[in-house]
Ligand binder design. Structure first.
Ligand code: DI6
Ligand code: FE
Length: 401
């Protein structure tokens, strides 16, 4: 068999569900051809392979390339000043009344060209890539009108042309009510359903549709209207659910067969059961929990009990999670949510792939999948979530390169 590239002498966490635990192969080999894995297994079982390039991993650990399955990476400006005001004692409400909060990011994003949005997002993307991330989901949601929402999504797609990384995009027009909507949420959702979403779908700018279902954002009824249109347009859905209160977001997401429901601090047992049945992934976002100093933890034991899939992500955004480290997110998932090492490694690989509906292409090291690898200078995989602010990445491989 002829192959492009061969990694030998590696300790491999394949995440292959057919193998126990993390699917570990001690002293393994991975072979790639045309960007795909064409063989992976123990050296003792390796067939004769003729290769152009042979790379000795020197006993290092190899995991699937990491997947950040929930980010708002593309936006204008930042909210450091607001952070300062809050440290000085100002409340969220005072800041919002003074034109701050999410609407200040909307203003800055509307004012930014596509090229400017790309330029501002690139350092954030580079920070993720430096830690072995090979796939990033990016949401819109700081335009709140068609033109800027579309520009955000185009900027997100453009990032994928600027760096060796897979980008998936999500339309989050139902993120907040724009200032010009005069407080009329139903009217905004009606416009989103009739105009914005169909136009975004026609231009193929979004791979999925998301909404923020919360007292300060949109109701279950409004979310359902968005989801109905998404389904009709053939787009999968996701939901920011049960972050600040339990409005039944997890259950509603499951009812629409959502790829994921995200945050979930206030989700109850019925929500966890419904998600497990629907195959909706619980995407936990410890960075937002940490940054807004939330105290209610997501019901991890219920997700375990009912075998709801668990992923984790940075939620990188300027307001509630200015975080561009998936390794630190992994540490937070352990320290704050008590996820185990195996759960955490799966949460940023195989389970995150499910949260994007891309489990047939990425997230595990199996024959036929994209050869996206993270190669680590660690003795134990526990070192990935264990260290704080230290990056043990040795090399990152995207589509075999
Ligand atoms: N949940 C959040 O915490 C963020 N968005 C969301 O849907 C907040 C985004 C921001 O403040 O800019
Ligand atoms: Fe978010």
């Amino acid at each position: 068999m002829k192959v492009d590239r061969l990694w030998t002498n590696a300790r491999i966490a394949t995440l292959d569900p057919a193998r126990p635990g993390l699917g570990i192969i001690e002293s393994g080999t991975i072979a790639a051809q045309d960007g795909r894995i064409i063989w992976v297994g123990p050296k003792s079982e390796q067939p004769a392979l003729e290769t152009i390039e042979r790379i000795d991993a020197e006993g290092r650990w190899i995991t699937p390339g990491l997947i950040d399955c929930h980010t708002h990476l593309v936006y204008g400006g930042n909210r450091a000043h607001e952070f300062e005001l809050r440290l000085g004692g100002a409340t969220y409400e005072e800041i919002a009344r003074a034109g701050g909060g999410i609407l200040s990011t909307v203003k800055a994003t509307r004012a930014a060209s596509e090229e400017r949005l790309v330029a501002q997002a690139l350092p954030r993307l580079d920070a993720l890539l430096a830690e072995g991330v090979t796939t990033v989901e990016i949401k819109s949601g700081y335009g709140l009108e068609l033109e800027t929402e579309a520009r955000q999504l185009r900027a997100a797609r453009a990032l994928g042309a600027r760096r060796p990384v897979s980008i998936t995009t999500t339309f989050l027009g139902a993120h907040a009510l724009p200032p010009e909507a005069d407080g009329d949420k139903d009217k905004y959702i009606a416009r989103l359903c009739a105009q914005m979403l169909p136009a975004i779908a026609a231009e193929k700018l979004a791979d999925a549709v998301d909404a923020f279902m919360e007292g300060i954002a949109f109701s279950g009824g409004q979310t359902a209207r968005v989801f109905e249109v998404a389904k009709r347009l053939g787009l999968p859905v996701k939901l920011h659910a049960d972050q600040l209160s339990n409005l039944g977001g997890a259950t509603l997401a499951a009812r629409y067969g959502a790829l994921s429901a995200d945050h979930l601090e206030h989700t109850d047992e019925a929500g966890a059961v419904a998600m497990a049945k629907a195959g909706t992934v619980a995407v936990l976002l410890p960075g937002a929990f940490y940054f807004i100093r939330e105290t209610q933890k997501p019901p991890v034991d219920l997700f375990r009990k009912h075998r709801t899939r668990i992923a984790i992500a940075t939620d990188s955004n300027p307001g509630s999670s200015p975080l561009t480290s998936l390794l630190l997110t992994m540490n937070m998932a352990a320290t704050l949510f008590r996820l185990t090492v195996d759960e955490i490694i799966a949460a940023v690989t195989r389970e995150a792939a499910h949260a994007l509906g891309r489990q047939s292409e990425i997230g595990t090291l199996e024959v036929g999948k994209s050869c996206d690898l993270a190669i680590w200078n660690v003795e134990r995989l526990a070192e990935l979530p264990y260290r704080i602010g230290f990056n043990p990445l040795h090399a990152r491989v995207w589509r075999g390169q």
